[in-house]
Design a protein around this ligand. Structure first.
Ligand SMILES: [Zn+2]
Ligand SMILES: [Zn+2]
Length: 358
């Protein structure tokens, strides 16, 4: 067997990676959660042998240089023959059943509730959506509480002999000619347990799921802002609270609106005669057209404030709409319009740039 393949590791795997791979696989194939499943038992043995070979630097070096099958090792055969889970007690590096599943077997008594991790998400919104608030349904993968065990990692069952100590209440380890015994950590010495690890989640109490979550984006949110949706992050372990879903918002630019805090800015073209004579002009707002009266003699670049036509805020009041007018000339003047302009010039002599020459 190839120890690296068995553990699903690269040749360069670190000791931490080896330990993690072993823990993950051992929790899946452990005979304690797969009673009577011969395939799982064989798989577990392979995983354990591969682990024992790679976790010991000296044995790993020999394995890497000589290649091929792992040299048989008295210790590991002793440790796993008939699944004697006293492995760690006799000095080998494997975890005992009790250590692998201590959290699950003891439920919340042995492990503190652990809050789930926060989950991060970016949402792109159209300008109007950000202004008015939006509802988004997003697809995400996260750890969710295991349904069969209710997130506890263990299932209550009939009173059975403890798998860790096989009902003896103590674990024996052999070192040389000495036999050590210690109280079984899984059953606390009772030899019987009423809990067994949940097979669906391997005792983790959580599992990865992909699903959809509906998010309400608050009104008036700005580009680059963040908000949290409580309890929609990863599920907590051992009955802990779930983490939060943290949403970063990107707001796409609008064709003609810009924002300044809660105020909305827009530039509106006006015709020469509207600016000169005054007019009631149509102005775009988030809700459609509104009307603005500009006085006679309105200069290009002048800004008018339309109260409460800006962005909605969470407080309920609205910002203002700031309308800046720009003089727009027709592209082409016909002969009659040109004549009128000449007449207009003659009737209004004087240099409009006079103020620059004083
Ligand atoms: Zn026990
Ligand atoms: Zn479970």
């Amino acid at each position: 067997m190839d120890c690296y393949v068995v553990l699903g590791l690269r040749r360069e795997a670190t000791v931490d990676e080896i330990k993690r791979a072993y823990r993950r696989l051992a929790r899946r194939y452990h005979p304690g959660i797969n009673p009577g499943d011969r395939e799982a038992a064989e798989r577990f043995q392979l995983v354990s042998e591969a682990y024992e070979t790679l976790v010991d630097p000296e044995r790993r070096r020999r394995y890497d240089t000589q290649g091929g099958a792992a040299p048989p090792q008295a210790e590991s055969r002793f440790a796993f023959a008939g699944f004697d889970f006293s492995a760690s007690a006799d000095g080998t590096a494997a975890y005992s059943f009790g250590e692998l599943f201590a959290d699950a077997l003891h439920g919340s008594r042995s492990r503190e509730p652990e809050r789930g991790a926060d989950l991060y998400l970016e949402v792109a919104l159209a300008f109007e959506e950000a202004a008015r608030g939006a509802r988004r349904t997003v697809r995400l993968s996260r750890l969710e509480s295991c349904a069969p065990c209710g997130g506890r990692g263990f299932l209550a069952g009939p009173d059975v002999a403890c798998a860790t100590c096989e009902g003896r209440g103590e674990i024996r380890g052999v070192r040389g000619h000495m036999v050590f015994a210690r109280t079984c950590p899984s059953c606390g010495g009772a030899g019987r347990v009423r809990h067994h690890a949940c097979g669906a989640c391997g005792g983790e109490g959580v599992g990865a799921h992909t699903g959809t979550v509906t998010i309400d984006v608050p009104v008036g949110i700005a580009d680059g802002a963040q908000f949290s949706v409580a309890r929609e992050g990863h599920a907590g372990r051992y009955g802990g609270q779930p983490g939060d879903l943290r949403v970063a918002v990107r707001v796409l630019p609008h064709r003609y609106f810009r924002r300044d805090g809660d105020d909305l800015l827009v530039e509106v073209p006006v015709a020469v005669y509207e600016a000169a004579l005054g007019a009631r002009i149509d102005v775009p707002t988030l809700e459609g057209v509104a009307w603005l009266r500009i006085p006679p003699g309105t200069q290009s670049g002048r800004t008018f404030r339309m109260r409460e036509h800006g962005l909605p805020t969470r407080g309920g009041r609205r910002g203002d709409l700031l309308v800046t007018v720009r003089l727009a000339l027709p592209d082409v003047l016909d002969e009659r319009s040109k004549a009128l302009m000449h007449e207009f010039a003659e009737r209004n002599p004087g240099n409009v740039r006079a103020g620059l020459h004083t």
